[in-house]
Each structure stands twice: as structure tokens, then as C-alpha cells.
Write a protein that binds this ligand. Structure first.
Ligand code: NAP
Length: 248
């Protein structure tokens, strides 16, 4: 039986590269997207051309009804879920806390925190031996921002990722005897479109000198860490926060 992996926010960036790598390693992959269906379908087409199995799954992780539908759609198309990568995430414009609107804070936590927890809840319901499941693996994509704090840029994002870290530690303990491992990857600065989405297309060049390796990471370098945490090689690893950040 192939493993069935749902990756949230897999229409581009780290999620898309993780989907391709997972499919190449034999996972059947649910490629979730929020808005850009064409991009998600392109990820799926690339996987199928390589002989892999994937489907595009629509849904906003911040909307509970969407999350319920995403998991049902994934299961219907690919079979029982064995793995989840909570990758969907957003930043916002560079701002100090005294400039942040309540609407911004709502969105920041709705996507990055509530979305992660809602998806993990649905995964646990399906994977936990307590609910008759076969076990499984959850990987949350956090950020080194939770350690650094991102002052003057987006402390709200850093705080949301801090919540993801603590959720990872707690959930790992909660389901440790139910066949489920839960870990987080904390990327440093990685070459994706997320920086332009936050109004800082030059962020890679600006931050690179602060990284001990003096370069940004590439999405496949994060995907490799995620795939390791999903794999049986990480069978004794749970509750870990794995920094993949060029030493930063
Ligand atoms: P990205 O290139 O901006 O891609 C984000 C993905 O998430 C897109 O596929 C987007 O789909 C999806 N998404 C956004 N909001 C969503 C929602 N509400 N529901 C479902 N999907 C949603 O970002 P990335 O750089 O690959 O980041 C992936 C993860 O890594 C995020 O959790 C991010 O915080 C984390 N991270 C990134 C970096 C970095 O430097 N790149 C560093 C540390 C941590 P749509 O386009 O359809 O909205």
C-alpha cells in the first residue's frame, strides 16, 4: 500500500517541491492550494509525467469547512491518509507592532496557527490507533522566525510560528502512544515567492549576509528535511524542531 500524503499550500514554493520529491519517493500526494488552481494542476501534471500519483485539492486551511472537505477529497481520491505536511503559511507587509491592524493579526493566526491545528486535528482523527487508524506522521513547517522574533518586520508571524512550535511539542506527546509522530521543520530564509508576497522581493539578498553559510536556502533543501522526518529513518524522532537554516 502506498503512503498517502496531504501537503497544504503545495501550489508553489516549498510545498510544491516537497510534493514532487515525495511523489518521486512513492508517496501518493494530495496537492492542496487555496487560490491558484492552475499552479496546483501544474504540480500534479509534473508528478504524473514522472509516473507518480497526485491530485490537486482545493481549500483554505483557515476555513474549517474547507479543511473538512480537503481531507474528505484527499481520502476519496487517494485512500486512507498516512502523512500530513502542514506547509501553508503567509507573511504580511513589513511593519512594527504599533502599525498592525487587528485584521492582519486575525489572518496571520488564522492561516499559520488555526490552519495548522485544524489540519492536524483531521489527520489525528484518521491516523490515531485510538480512532481505529494505522498511525501516521505529521510535519509542521514553522520558521526560525520563532527563535529570532523578526523585530521590525513581522513579530506577528514569528509569534504565530512560535505557536506552531509549541503545538508540535504538545501534540507529539499527546499522540506518541497512538502511532503518530509529530515534528516541525524550521526553515531559515528560502528562495520562494513568499518574500515578494510580503512586499520585500529583495529580502533574500538583504538577509543572505546574516546567514553563516552566506546564502539563502533552496526549497529542495527544506523538502529533503521534511521527507526525512516523514520517513521510517526518523522512527524515534517526535516533538523535534529541526532548524534548516544554513546555521542561522
Ligand atoms: P509561498 O511560496 O508563498 O507558498 C505558500 C503556499 O501556501 C502557496 O501554495 C499558497 O497557495 C499556500 N497558501 C497560502 N495561504 C493558504 C491558505 N489559507 N490555505 C491553503 N494554502 C494556502 O511560501 P513558501 O516560502 O513556500 O512557504 C511555505 C512554508 O514555509 C510557510 O509555512 C512559510 O511560513 C514557511 N517558511 C518559509 C520561509 C522562506 O523563506 N520561504 C522561511 C521560513 C518558513 P495560494 O497561492 O493558492 O494562496
Amino acid at each position: 500500500m502506498a503512503r498517502v500524503l496531504l501537503i497544504t499550500g503545495a501550489s508553489r514554493g516549498i510545498g510544491a517541491v516537497t510534493a514532487a520529491l515525495a511523489a518521486a519517493r512513492g508517496y501518493h500526494v494530495g496537492v492542496n492550494y487555496r487560490a491558484n488552481r492552475e499552479a496546483a494542476e501544474a504540480v500534479v501534471a509534473g508528478i504524473r509525467e514522472g509516473g507518480g500519483t497526485a491530485v490537486a485539492i482545493a481549500g483554505d486551511v483557515a476555513v474549517e469547512a474547507d479543511v473538512l472537505r480537503m481531507f474528505a477529497d484527499c481520502e476519496q481520491a487517494l485512500g486512507p491518509l498516512t502523512d500530513l505536511v502542514n506547509n501553508a503559511g503567509v507573511v504580511d507587509m513589513k511593519a512594527r507592532v504599533d502599525e498592525m491592524s487587528a485584521a492582519r493579526l486575525q489572518r496571520m493566526f488564522a492561516v499559520n496557527v488555526f490552519g495548522t491545528i485544524l489540519c492536524a486535528r483531521e489527520a489525528v482523527k484518521r491516523m490515531s490507533t485510538r480512532h481505529g487508524g494505522m498511525g501516521g506522521v505529521i510535519v509542521n513547517v514553522s520558521s526560525v522566525a520563532s527563535r529570532i522574533g523578526s523585530p521590525g518586520e513581522y513579530v506577528d508571524y514569528a509569534a504565530a510560528k512560535g505557536a506552531v512550535d509549541v503545538f508540535t511539542i504538545g501534540l507529539a506527546k499527546e499522540v506518541a502512544t497512538e502511532g503518530i509522530r509529530v515534528n516541525a521543520v524550521r526553515p531559515g530564509i528560502v528562495r520562494t515567492e513568499i518574500h515578494a508576497s510580503g512586499g520585500q522581493p529583495d529580502r533574500l539578498e538583504r538577509i543572505a549576509p546574516l546567514v553563516p553559510m552566506l546564502r539563502p536556502g533552496e526549497p529542495d533543501e527544506i523538502a529533503g528535511a521534511i521527507l526525512w522526518l516523514l520517513s521510517p529513518e526518523a522512527s524515534y524522532t517526535s516533538g523535534a524542531l529541526l532548524d534548516v537554516s544554513g546555521g542561522r
